[in-house]
Design a binder for this molecule. Sequence first.
Ligand SMILES: Cc1ncc(COP(=O)(O)O)c(C=O)c1O
Length: 447
Amino acid sequence: MNMTSDPKNHNGNGYENIPRIITDIPGPRSRKILESQGKLETNTVVYPASFPIAIKRADGSVIEDVDGNFFIDWFTGISVLNLGFSDVIRKAVKDQMDLIWHALEIPTEIRIDFLKAFRNSFPQKMRDYKTVFGISGADACETAINMAHTISGRGAPTIAFEGAYHGISGGVIAATSGKKYKESFYGSGFDVIRVPYPYSVWDDTDVESIMRLLRKIMTDPESGYGTPDSLIVEPIQGEGGYIVPPSGFLRQLREFCDDYGIIMIVDEVQTGMGRTGKMWAFEWDSIAPDIVCSSKSVGGGIPMSVVYYRSEYDERLPTPFHMGTFRANPLAMAAGTALLKKIPDVLGDIRRRGEKLLDEFREIRSEKIRDVRGRGFMIGIELSDGRDSPMDAKKVLSIKHDLLKNGLMMHTCGHYSNVFRYMGALNIPDELNARGLDIFRKSITAL
Ligand SMILES: Cc1ncc(COP(=O)(O)O)c(C=O)c1O
């Protein structure tokens, strides 16, 4: 970046002046742009309410707004920028742009590079799986469930968990007329059996009782459910509140799926690409899912998703199976390939740095902190009202604004929108984490 106030080289002295807040938040220019957005764009935009600024540019883990304020990025566009706004990605995309940026499914060299690098990012026993591309996380999860229905040959229910987030997408296939598309299971709508996820803060749902419930669903003729063909699970719940299940939960789900011939779909959209300190979060339980969904960081910030599935399914998938004009964009594949090459270098460090951060969050003394949990660079800090209820979402939003005013972009999630989540880039300098922690600590202890 060619700028006098480059956030990376701010004052030519690394990060010592970051964050730098020189106006009210929002500043005057941001205010104007936010007003224009309000006039031109739908009222239903979500994120400007959390972060009321207009962004000018970003570099690494520093974001500059249009008023010249510099913020520490603990947000990473919701775990999309696992190496931050990295020069590695910038260069890969620029180089690819000189070649080609749209090719549908006609192969390019970068497509093959990506497919190889992606496959190699999995444990050895999963390196013969196949890939189908999508555009978003929702697209990937929908494709995975549709794949399971196609393989099982029936539009059976899928088991999904309370607190799950697999995306929002519609059933527009209903309005599309081609028989070849209509005959897929997309058209039949998805039926779901909802079961609890192990979450012990406000509920007390332990793994044992969940496993008992699952087995009952399969064996009790009066369970009230059809026989499911698939199960979709997040290894750590993301939007649900950065909920880390007890170790072994995925392994028990794997055994359950094996016992009943259920296709196990692991949604790694948020947990994947090194976020938890392993390339894929299911590796913590040493299992091999049947289908893995990946998106967010997999395209380095350029929209893309991937469904990675057992190659034997190929024999039972019709052509066309999945469609979409913009799937597998070459720019996304260039960015994704660059990222996949870099992430292994930081993984070990993420486990060590993540544990240290977890301890540091735990050391913050405040009766408002009800729980701190996480793995790697996926840490949730759940707030209560100091008695026995989740902190009110409006109060949480005002804390989020306070953090922003002090130069820290940090987002929330959770059943009650009361969980602050740390999702810094995997290469964020320690210095910026220390500053961010100071800001967070001050804000929380001042409550
Ligand atoms: C685990 C998980 N799955 C799926 C999605 C949906 O992804 P997208 O917003 O790209 O549709 C998300 C988004 O936050 C997610 O966290």
